[in-house]
Design a protein around this ligand. Structure first.
Ligand code: AHG
Ligand code: MN
Ligand code: MN
Ligand code: MN
Length: 279
């Protein structure tokens, strides 16, 4: 089993366990993560589980997490960058959450061009895992059920977009962003649920655009380059879609630190182009 297979297996096995125990970890833990955000019990619990599984994979040399200040040195090999529980605030309201894992061939900080694989797990009414790898020419989706996983299909973005979800408060976004969001709401159905993985799953299935723009609260955008934006851009671009920070592919963003944030837009290429023209 090569390292990418071993990483995939470790994520699958851990995601199985996470999906059946989330109910116990919805409450706040009273601690903050390196981005200065309140942690939910599940953030720390899931991070420890994924660390135990991934740091011991032969060929993983570094473990970087949204929930840890620095990269943990685990020897030689790829650096895995993980958002162990994406949209974790959704646990309190029993809405979908996810896990995002980017695999980088080298040390961090790094641009998305150093990525060799990306995985997103969606803990929804059922649990799926979507994987893009440099050694595969399709984006593969698996259904995780009863302790095993079955291939469920491959993803290519639908030609005709149907949904749009743009984050942020109207009063905290730029006029150009608000005009663009309003125009999209005339053309597409609104889908925004507070977890990027769950919102992006709608875009992958139905076609459309997900965005978290710069806002007054998050002038550089809210989503983190290494743990959210770049791994998800890797997936969407492998599925025939596009990504942008407003000017360039999210894979071109050169983060200045491990927890750097970026404005993030993911979806059909025509909508990505329109986003860049609108901002
Ligand atoms: P995380 O729980 O990993 O910190 O991610 C939350 C992110 C993202 O998943 C979601 O789309 C966004 O924050 C929601 O932000 P708002 O609550 O500002 O809408
Ligand atoms: Mn968080
Ligand atoms: Mn997240
Ligand atoms: Mn998270």
């Amino acid at each position: 089993m090569n390292t990418l297979d071993a990483i995939e297996r470790a994520v699958k096995d851990t995601a199985h366990y996470v999906s059946s125990n989330l109910a116990n970890y919805a409450g706040r833990s009273g601690t903050e993560n390196p981005s200065g955000e309140q942690q939910v019990g599940g953030d720390v619990w899931a991070d420890d589980l994924f660390f135990d599984a991934l740091s011991y994979v032969d060929g993983v040399g570094g473990y970087a997490s949204e929930e840890r200040e620095a990269v943990v040195d685990c020897g030689e090999g790829y650096t895995v960058a993980i958002d162990p529980l994406d949209g974790s605030a959704n646990l309190a309201s029993n809405n979908s959450v996810g896990t995002i894992v980017g695999v980088y061939d080298g040390e961090l900080p790094a641009s998305g061009h150093d990525m060799v694989a990306s995985t997103m797990v969606l803990y929804g009414p059922y649990t799926t895992m979507t994987v893009a790898r440099e050694d595969r020419d399709v984006v593969q989706e698996y259904l995780l059920r009863d302790g095993h996983s079955e291939r469920w299909g491959t993803f290519t973005l639908p030609e005709e977009p149907e949904v749009v979800g743009i984050a942020g408060k109207y009063n905290e976004r730029s006029d150009s962003m608000n005009e663009f969001a309003q125009q999209l709401s005339r053309e597409l159905k609104l889908r925004y649920g507070g977890a990027t993985v769950a919102d992006l799953a709608q875009v992958l299935e139905y076609g459309g655009l997900f965005g978290y723009p710069a806002t007054e609260s998050y002038p550089g955008g809210k989503l983190r380059v290494h743990f959210e934006a770049a791994p998800l851009a890797y997936l969407v671009e492998a599925a025939g879609g596009g990504s942008t920070d407003g000017h360039q592919s999210l894979l071109d963003v050169d983060p200045d630190g491990l927890h750097a944030r970026t404005p993030t837009f993911l979806g059909n290429t025509e909508l990505i182009e329109r986003t860049e023209n609108a901002l």
